[in-house]
Ligand binder design. Structure first.
Ligand code: PRT
Ligand code: ZN
Length: 288
């Protein structure tokens, strides 16, 4: 016990790189981790444990790690009782039904009496029960997409992101069972050890600031003084915009933090209202 907070991450897989990137954006200086089980962070009281993603909820629940980063699909399938502290915005995917192209699946009731192959039997069974559907569930440990062509199942229930795997296996996607993204989990909402809880809150604050910064941009522009009111009405600002005077007397500079996805919706309105020299800049961190 060195007093550090212990974070479990996927050792090698789809979530590894994005998780490390998030920590690095949080200002954490992580030593070269290749092939090591535990790595310390140089400038933050955190030890990172590299594990298989399927084991992370259990290790967190048992206290081997205090917190973990894992897909919601794994959290809900394992049902270890861990709590989701924060959604992290990467590793997005859906658990979906898919069936051979030559067949039809128009309504969810058409699944009645069918055989479904999946690696997520718990989430699937819960969904079937909720929708009052009786079907046979076959649990496989991988390569679910080949089950229909092998004659093992009528349809599958699997994770889909781009849909390429389904296409290559001549399967059509159908109803969505569950949507997932990477999440930060812990055994309890608040850690028992107050020191560890303080470190966790520091980390959570940084993660939230990185998330807000990534979904925001810094907007700068020059506006004629008499259009200021119209311009301020157009800007979907997170906080009150900054208005600065310029050397040119009848012009002002307006600066605001806006949600990134709103920019292209408002840019024409800004121009029509007389804004010029419009600049949109990325933000590294945004502490609110
Ligand atoms: O070795 P370890 O057990 O740690 O890793 P793993 O192989 O079990 O998991 P990994 O690295 O494949 O995925 C980790 C997590 O990433 C998952 O639990 C999901 O939360 C998330 N994720 C995001 C995905 C996908 N996208 C994804 N596309 N997990 C799996 N897939 C697979 C899917 O199972 C299917 O085989 O990719 C295929 C479909 O992809 P598309 O793009 O062709 O639709
Ligand atoms: Zn796994």
């Amino acid at each position: 016990m060195n007093g550090n907070l212990k974070l479990a991450l996927q050792k090698k897989g789809r979530l590894t790189e994005k998780s490390l990137e998030l920590l690095s954006l949080c200002g954490l200086d992580i030593e070269n981790y290749s092939e090591r089980l535990v790595v310390s962070v140089r400038n933050f009281p955190l030890d990172i444990l590299f594990l298989r993603d399927d084991d992370i909820p259990e290790y967190v629940q048992d206290g081997v790690a205090d917190i973990g980063i894992v897909g919601e699909n794994v959290v809900y399938e394992k049902q270890t009782g861990t709590k989701v502290l924060e959604k992290l915005g990467f590793g997005r995917c859906s658990l979906m039904f898919a069936y051979p192209e030559k067949n039809e699946l128009k309504k969810i009731e058409d699944i009645n009496g069918k055989t479904i192959a999946t690696t997520y039997p718990r989430i699937l069974n819960e969904y079937l029960k909720k929708n009052n559907i009786k079907a046979k569930v076959i649990e496989l440990s991988g390569s679910v997409e080949i089950a229909p062509s092998l004659g093992v199942a009528d349809l599958i229930c699997d994770i889909v992101s781009t849909g390429n795997t389904l296409m290559m296996n001549k399967l059509k996607k159908s109803f969505k069972v569950f949507e997932s993204e990477a999440v930060l989990i812990s055994a309890e909402e608040k850690l028992k050890d107050p020191k560890l809880n303080e470190i966790l809150n520091d980390l959570l604050g940084r993660i939230r600031s990185v998330k807000t910064a990534h979904s925001s941009k810094y907007l700068m522009m020059n506006v004629p003084k008499d259009s200021l009111e119209t311009i301020l009405e157009i800007i979907p600002s997170l906080k009150s915009p900054t208005v600065l005077s310029l050397a040119e007397e009848n012009m002002l500079a307006v600066h605001a933090v806006i949600p990134s996805d709103k920019f292209w919706q408002i840019v024409n309105d800004l121009k029509s209202a007389g804004a010029s020299g419009i600049l949109l800049l990325p933000i590294d961190n945004l502490i609110q």
